[in-house]
Design a binder for this molecule. Structure first.
Ligand SMILES: [Mn+2]
Length: 382
C-alpha cells in the first residue's frame, strides 16, 4: 500500500516531458513509423492527467513551420486552455532547427548567412511563444550544428557564429523579457558526425565567452553524456558546481552507441541513482525532465506505460536516498573514507610539514565493500 503511494507522482515532484517524446512515432533511420502521431494538445492533457508538472517543447511541435498567424494564435489559445483546465506548466520552449532540409548543414553555424539569420528568427519566435505559454527558459539543442567534412567549416568560425547567434538571442530577451533565461544542451554527435560543443564542459567554457554569461545555463542529457563515453554524474555535478543547471534531460543509454534515448534507469541503474542523489541533495529546484522515447515496438498504450515508467523509476531511486543516508554501515565507511572537507593548510605550512607516504598508504579504502553495499541497497536487500 505504502509502496504504491510512493510511486504516484505529484505535481510537487516537478516532472516534465518534452512534447516530442510522446509525439515520437517510432520512425528510425531504417524504418517508417510504427504508431500514429499523437496530437500535441492531447499530449498536454495526457501528461497533466498523470500528474506531470510541466512539458517542454520545440515551438514547431505545437506550431508547425508554415502555420499562418491566425492558426498559430488558435493553437496557442487551445494549448493555454488545456494548461489551465488540467493544471500543467510549460517550462522550456526551444526551436526545431534541425528537421527541415534547409538546416541540412546546420542552423547557427550554416555557411549560408541567411540560413543562420533564419535559425535566429525561429528561436526568436520560440521565445515569444514560450513567453505566451508562461515559460521562462529557451533551451538550445542545435542538432545539426556540426560537420562531417572537416574542410567544410573552420571550427574557429563556427564558434564565432554560434557566439554571434547566442548574443543576438540574449539581446532580444534582455530587451523584451528580462526574466527569460537561455541554456545549451550538449551532444557529441548524431545527427552530425561531430556536433560543436560536444559536452557540458565545452558548453560551460563557451558560455563564459558570451556577452552575458549570467543569462546562460546548461541542460545536460544523460544519454548524450554516455554517448561520449563520459560519466553523467560528473557532468551534472559540474553544472551544479558552476551554478548553471537550468534543467536536466533524464534518460538512459548504452555507452558509445547511437542515440538510444531509452526510458530513465532502463540501462544504468547505479549511475541513475547517483544522478537522482545529486539532484535531490543539492539546491536544484528545476524540473526533472525526461527526454527519451518509447521503444519502437510500443503502441499507443505503451507510450503511456513509458511515461509512467520513467517517473516510477525516479521516485524509487529517490526513495533509496533515504535508505542510503540512513544506512549506518554505509555511512560509517563514507565518513571514514571520504575524509574531511576542511581546507588545506597554507602553502608554507604544507611545504614545512613532513608527510610519510608509507603511513598514508596504510589507510584502508574498503571500496569493494562500499560498492557491494550500494548494489545490495539498490537491489532491495538492505
Ligand atoms: Mn534532450
Amino acid at each position: 500500500m505504502a509502496k504504491t503511494r510512493l510511486l504516484k507522482p505529484k505535481k510537487s515532484d516537478r516532472f516534465s516531458f518534452g512534447l516530442w517524446t510522446i509525439m515520437n512515432t517510432g520512425r528510425d533511420p531504417f524504418g517508417e513509423p510504427t504508431r500514429p502521431p499523437i496530437d500535441p494538445l492531447e499530449v498536454i492533457v495526457g501528461l497533466a492527467k498523470r500528474n506531470v508538472y510541466s512539458f517542454e517543447l520545440h515551438a514547431e511541435d505545437l506550431v508547425p513551420l508554415g502555420t499562418n498567424a491566425r492558426q498559430r494564435d488558435r493553437l496557442v489559445r487551445e494549448a493555454k486552455k488545456r494548461m489551465q483546465d488540467y493544471d500543467i506548466q510549460c517550462t522550456n520552449c526551444g526551436s526545431n532547427c534541425f528537421s527541415h532540409p534547409v538546416f541540412k548543414d546546420g542552423a547557427f553555424t550554416s555557411n549560408d548567412r541567411n540560413v543562420r539569420a533564419f535559425a535566429v528568427q525561429r528561436y526568436l519566435h520560440a521565445i515569444d511563444l514560450g513567453y505566451e505559454l508562461g515559460c521562462r527558459l529557451c533551451n538550445l539543442w542545435w542538432g545539426r550544428d556540426g560537420l562531417e567534412v572537416e574542410g567544410s567549416k573552420d571550427t574557429r568560425d563556427a564558434l564565432k557564429r554560434l557566439r554571434e547567434c547566442c548574443n543576438l538571442l540574449t539581446e532580444y530577451v534582455l530587451k523584451n523579457y528580462p526574466d527569460y533565461e537561455l541554456s545549451i544542451e550538449a551532444k557529441p554527435n548524431e545527427p552530425r558526425g561531430d556536433i560543436f560543443l560536444p559536452t557540458i564542459g565545452h558548453a560551460l567554457g563557451f558560455i563564459a565567452t558570451l556577452d552575458h554569461p549570467e543569462k546562460w545555463g546548461v541542460v545536460p542529457e544523460l544519454a548524450h553524456v554516455r554517448m561520449a563515453g563520459l560519466n553523467s554524474v560528473h557532468e551534472v555535478a559540474q553544472a551544479l558546481d558552476a551554478g548553471k543547471l537550468r534543467s536536466i534531460h533524464l534518460n538512459s543509454q548504452k555507452p558509445l552507441r547511437y542515440d538510444q534515448d531509452i526510458r530513465f534507469g532502463a540501462e544504468d541503474l547505479k549511475e541513475s541513482f547517483f544522478v537522482v542523489y545529486l539532484l535531490e541533495t543539492s539546491e536544484y529546484e528545476g524540473t526533472k525532465s525526461f527526454d527519451c522515447h518509447p521503444y519502437r515496438t510500443e503502441d499507443r498504450q505503451g507510450v503511456w506505460d513509458f511515461v509512467e515508467g520513467n517517473m516510477r523509476t525516479y521516485l524509487l531511486l529517490r526513495e533509496k536516498i533515504k535508505s542510503y543516508q540512513e544506512d549506518t554501515q554505509i555511512q560509517r565507511i563514507m565518513t571514514k573514507v571520504c575524509g574531511s572537507q576542511r581546507p588545506l593548510p597554507s602553502p608554507e605550512e604544507i611545504a614545512a610539514t613532513t608527510y610519510d607516504p608509507e603511513k598514508l598508504l596504510a589507510n584502508r579504502l574498503p571500496y569493494e565493500k562500499l560498492d557491494q553495499m550500494i548494489v545490495e541497497l539498490l537491489l532491495g536487500v538492505r
